[in-house]
Design a binder for this molecule. Sequence first.
Ligand code: ARG
Length: 461
Amino acid sequence: MKKNIASARIDIESSALLKELNDSLPFDKELFREDITGSLAHAKMLTKQGIISQDDWKLIEQGLNELLEEIGQGSVELNGGDEDIHMAIERLLTAKIGDAAKRVHTARSRNDQVATDFRLYVLHNNQEIARLLVELIKSFLSIASKNRDTLLPGMTHLQHAQPINFAYHMLAYASMFKRDFERFISSYKRNNISPLGCAALAGTPHPIDREQTTAELGFKEPSLNCLDTVSDRDFALEILFNISTMMMHISRLSEELILWSTSEFKFVTLSDKHATGSSIMPQKKNPDIPELLRGKTGRVNGNLVSLLTVMKGLPLAYNKDTQEDKEGVFDSVKTAKLSLMVLKEMLDEMKVNKENMENACKKGHLSATDLADYMVKNLNMPFRDAYHLVGNIVNEAEKMNKDISELTFEELHAIDPRFKEDAIEVLNIENSMNARKSYGGTSKESTQKQIEILNSWLESL
Ligand code: ARG
């Protein structure tokens, strides 16, 4: 009977159903590079420690490097019925170099092997996503620097609130994505520890050197406790959470872009390159990209909740449940990277309809707070009294079918004779926006300051 190379005491062929349930090769072949890199580091260390001979090491090194190339090119197929990528590589290496290949698994288990491979994949992608976030932030800054003068109704409750400028709105997203960037980097730093050499759960009696494999693989330090390390998937949960939070930000922006592309708003026009039509309505131009980005947020959230649920009842140490960690992470990582690239391309080519944004500022009494502030400053009125008085003025303006910013001095004076001519100035939308000079505020000056701070942050990276 044929024996599975990873089942020493099982003599009969596995059930086909067990294989279907158990085999992870169809998806963990994604980790072939990390697996080969990890084996090279491990075998090199075993050689230095005198556990593997120089001759065997030469064969192993050459064989693994060849496999790396062959699998990369697709000239070697990874579907030989192996249980997982680790067994597939071991089988292929054995076929290539013979007995020396069987020494590579000394002082190693698939438990520390998979933890190493998967961690390398996740760490690399924390950095890749962070890099794409930087590119996205640059797009927001570029749109911002062209729109410091573009007035836009700032909203709360999706109702007109106070005038802002479009640059300021873009910088809000730049700030969000900067936090995301920092989350990916801090996860990278926290999880940059090597599981290799932990073996099955308890370490190994072989005289290994974990510091060497740590350095070889570019990790910061070896993990402290092997029992924890082989069952720890916090690094995977962190990238899933980071992606979910980032996609939630992308989804919020998408929602705004969808809204802004409607005939009611027309604040932006997405490039035809980034819109689709309808199979029946000839006039349609649909914002499918932001809709899909909004939709994909649901999918990455699902991946996060899946893994949290997989992990919640696991006793120490490794359990096969953990094999369920990979597909969701691969999926979320791919979704995150594609989303960031598509979003950047779409933003770079989006047309900002300045005039429509400014026209929208003439509705909703955006400068009402400014009038109350005027009364506080010039008439020494308590803010709450001024607030109620302006409420009445808004009602009067509504009766005249006017926005508060369109009231003339005569009309204002007729409502309350304490108003002087300069009250009209504070009602002006642009003045209102520019009056908010406090740190982090929307004035052109503060917006410029934010652009400068974000630019020097980018330079410091
Ligand atoms: N394929 C497994 C996984 O992805 C790794 C192998 C560990 N298996 C084992 N029987 N100890 O988690």
